[in-house]
Each structure stands twice: as C-alpha cells, then as structure tokens.
Design a binder for this molecule. Structure first.
Ligand SMILES: Nc1nc2c(ncn2[C@@H]2O[C@H](COP(=O)(O)OP(=O)(O)OP(=O)(O)O)[C@@H](O)[C@H]2O)c(=O)[nH]1
Ligand SMILES: [Mg+2]
Length: 457
C-alpha cells in the first residue's frame, strides 16, 4: 500500500526498525498507534514494574510466544498526544543483532501491528497536527544531511523556522481574501467594497514577502545541494597546490614544470560546513601539446558549470598575458574570487579590488580563503536566519506560482477588473502557499470574515 492510500488511515498500529539494518550495539524497534502499549506488554515482560512509566526507560525481557527470553531490552513509552507522531509510541531498544530485531518486528506484527511504510511515523505526526508539511520535509533533509551545517539548517526548519515566515504571509492573504469576500457577499449590509488603493496597499507587502523568500532560494540551494568551485589560472601559479591544501590531502600532482595538470581532478569536501565539489583544472595557456590543449578546453568548460571560480595568480612573477585575460574575466563575472598565491615569496604584483592572499606552500591565508568562499557563496542576507532560506525545490516552485498569481492580482487591481476575478488569483496564490505548509480550510476564511466585520447584526 502506498503512503497516499494510507494518508487517512491512521487507526492501526505500525511498527518498524528505526535504526539502520545490520549489526550494531543496539537497534531500536518503534511502535506507534492505539495498540502500541498493549502490543509491547505482550512482547516484553517488565523486570521491576507492572506498568511503563511515561517518558522513562524501563528494563524488561523480550519474550517469544512460549514466554522464553530472547533478549534483555529497554522500553520507553511516550504517551499521546505529546509524542513524535501524536499517538502512543513505544520504543524498544534491543541488542543490535539483525536476528533479534527481525524477531521483535515480526512478533509485533503477529500481535496486531502493521509494518510501517517509509516515513509513516512522520506522516502520522503531520496528520495529527504535530508538524506541518514543511517541517515534515525538513525531517527528511535532517536525516539526509551530509554536513553539520546542513543539519543545523534542517533542524531549524523542523522546529518551524520556514513555516513561521510563510505563516504571516498566508494570514495576510487570508485577511485580504476575507476583505474582498465580505465586500462582494455583504454589499447590501453596508460593508464597503475596498478601494483599489486599499487593495494595493495590502497586496504590496505580500508580494515583497514572497519575493524575499523566492530570492533566498539561491542561498538555500547552496545549503542543500552545495556548490561547485573550480580553480583557474595560468600554468604553475599553484592551483594544484591550493587544491590539495583546501582538500587537506595530496590528491593532485604538483611540479615546477608548467602544464602539470592536464585533466580535471575533482573531489568533494566541506568548506565551512558547505558541501563543495572542488575542481582543479589545467593551467590556461596557448599550447601545441594536443593533450594539454584538450585540458585547457576542459578548464573553460568547468567555468560554465561552476558556482564559484577561484582565479589564481602567482604573486612572485610579473603578470603575463594569460593572467591579464583571467583578471579581466574576474572583474566581469561575479562568481570569481581572485587569489594571489605564493605569498611566502617576494611579491612582484599589486592586485586591485577584492582578493585573497595565500601561500599554498605554507598554508598561510588558507583559512581566511575558506571564510571568503563561504561569505561569497552565502552572504549574510538581510538578517535572515539560514533556517528561513527556501532550501527545497518543491517549496520554491510553489512560491514562484504564488508570486505569479499575486502579480496577476496586482495587474487586475490596476486594470479595474471585477473583484470576483481578482479573488480567483488570490485563491490561486493561497492554494500554492497551502501546499507548502498544509491546507487552509473554508472555515478559516469564514471565521476571518465574521470576526473582522462583525456581520450578523
Ligand atoms: N614558494 C611557493 N611555491 C609554491 C606555492 N604554491 C605552489 N608552489 C610551487 O609552484 C609550482 C607549481 O605548483 P602547482 O601546484 O603544480 O601549479 P599549477 O598551477 O597546478 O600548475 P599546472 O598544473 O602546471 O597548471 C610547484 O613547484 C609548487 O611547489 C606557494 O605558495 N609558494
Ligand atoms: Mg596543476
């Protein structure tokens, strides 16, 4: 059965292994639903007590159908409604043998539980109003985080950071819809039809709010999927040395011969918590060597796919034609970050504008370069916490849809289109926003109309 079929089916009890399959020191079997407590009582004989305490650990024996002991386990009972799923939950920590864990799950199924679908505990948390949709999606991001920084952002969203930003926008939209509905439905009851100026005044902050969210996706994408950084420069400037230094291992070949790197070398790493694909490229120069020329071609290709480009120049030598070409590029392309290398040697170059100074040989300035990379990829945007960035492509799509509807509504007001038509656009925006956090019911809007206008005289 798929999750969609299960969506409204939450009156049974589900069971699953919550820790990864395979051998471990412990493995946790989790039950959620109305029979969770009853099933766990038949599954485990408590050692010291008759009843499980609320939210505390109790020791017991996992037993088979004949009452024979299979394992010594710890039970934790989280009574509804303040559990993760909003239902009764019992977690059984067994010793981490796959045989014991399968036995516990199978025995729970025999006693009346059903094997949980992937994500079903979180789905129940959503159905029981413990979390909204955006929070549920962030749980998945948290579980899949590959850097600590991604985890920190995801946990902020699990705690509702994004929902708290979307919520007030949705409230403003509902207010505006209520204002229009009341004007249309109760026109005879002396409810004034809102003027175009009033409507535009109300619409403007909504458009701004949604725009600032869609703009944040540029940064949210960096947090979620990371970024691609290529290192570019003429031969022998120390690109491979810098690549290895950032990577903290000798991955790329370094030599004093110009044209050492001929093919692209790439590695994944974390820079200040951001997942990065770092690419070392062949030094850019005119060359008659066919293989090296191919490498140079690839270096230019790497440019196109990169979110950030480190342009490396050798400070210990006068700038050459290839350097000037790349420097011109770095001023035109805002993805470029200029890096002056070989700071340990006598400098013959004076760089202009923004740049970082490093020595790939001694490591001097490399930490500062990491910070500069992080700042360039993720500037401190207007006081927004990173948890409020839109990190999810689905959310971004829905916000763009909402924005389109709001802009249409704005045009409709200016063109004096009938307010019924305007409402259609606003409902369109609401339905897109609803799909981020969960639905607004007709009751929400009605309640808003009546509370705001005291109709019912
Ligand atoms: N003194 C000093 N030498 C460096 C520094 N960085 C690199 N070198 C030396 O410069 C030479 C070239 O370094 P590479 O890292 O191979 O340069 P590259 O830019 O990758 O060169 P190609 O792959 O040929 O394009 C080597 O002899 C390095 O040891 C530095 O910061 N200071
Ligand atoms: Mg190289």
């Amino acid at each position: 059965m798929s999750l969609a079929n299960n969506l409204l089916h939450t009156d049974d009890t589900i069971v699953a292994l919550s820790t990864p399959p395979g051998v471990g020191a412990i493995g946790v079997v989790r039950l959620s639903g109305p029979e969770a407590l009853a099933i766990s009582k038949q599954l485990v004989a408590l050692t010291n007590r008759k009843e499980l305490g609320h939210r505390c650990a109790s020791i017991g024996s996992l037993i088979d159908d004949k009452g024979e002991v299979v394992d010594q386990v710890i039970l934790t009972y989280f009574p509804k409604p303040k559990s993760y799923s909003g239902e009764d939950i019992v977690e059984i920590s067994c010793h981490g043998s796959p045989v014991i864990l399968s036995f516990a799950v199978e025995r729970a199924i025999f006693l009346g539980a059903r094997l949980a679908e992937p994500g079903e505990f979180t789905q129940r948390a959503f159905c029981n109003g413990r979390i909204d949709l955006a929070q549920a999606e962030a749980v998945r991001d948290l579980v899949e985080a590959t850097t600590l920084h991604q985890a920190r952002v995801a946990i902020q969203q699990v705690e509702g950071a994004l929902s708290r930003r979307v919520g007030p926008l949705k409230k403003k939209l509902c207010d505006l819809i209520a204002l229009l509905e009341a004007g249309i439905d109760f026109a005879e009851d002396d409810v004034t039809v809102p003027s175009a100026v009033t409507l535009l005044d109300r619409l403007e902050p909504l458009i701004l709010g949604v725009t600032s969210l869609t703009d944040s996706f540029r940064f949210g994408k960096v947090v979620r999927s990371g970024l691609t950084i290529s290192i570019l420069g003429r031969p022998n400037t120390g690109k491979s040395s810098l690549f290895n230094k950032l990577l903290e291992k000798d991955r790329s070949i370094i030599s004093e011969a110009a044209g050492t790197t001929r093919d692209q070398v790439s590695e994944m790493l974390s820079i200040e918590g951001l997942p990065v694909k770092l690419i070392d490229t062949a030094g850019i120069r005119m060359t008659s060597d066919v293989v090296e020329a191919k490498g140079v071609e690839k270096s230019y290709e790497a440019l196109a796919d990169s979110d950030l480009i480190l342009i490396v120049v050798d400070l210990s030598e006068e700038l050459q034609a290839a350097d000037h070409e790349l420097l011109a590029k770095s001023t035109d392309d805002e993805r470029c970050l200029l890096v002056g290398n070989k700071a340990d040697l006598q400098s013959k170059v004076k760089l202009q504008g923004d740049f970082a100074i490093v020595s790939a040989l001694t490591g001097e300035g490399v930490d500062e370069l990491r910070q500069a990379i992080r700042f360039k990829a993720l500037p401190e945007v207007t006081g927004l916490g990173e948890g409020t960035f839109v990190t999810n492509l689905r959310h971004q799509g829905l916000l763009c849809d909402a924005l389109e509807y709001l802009r249409k509504a704005e045009g409709a007001i200016s063109d004096d289109v009938p307010q019924e038509m305007l409402l259609l656009d606003l409902y369109g925006a609401l339905s897109s926003i609803d799909r981020i956090t969960g639905a607004t019911s007709v009751d929400d809007i009605l309640e808003n109309i009546f509370s705001a206008f005291c109709i019912g005289k």
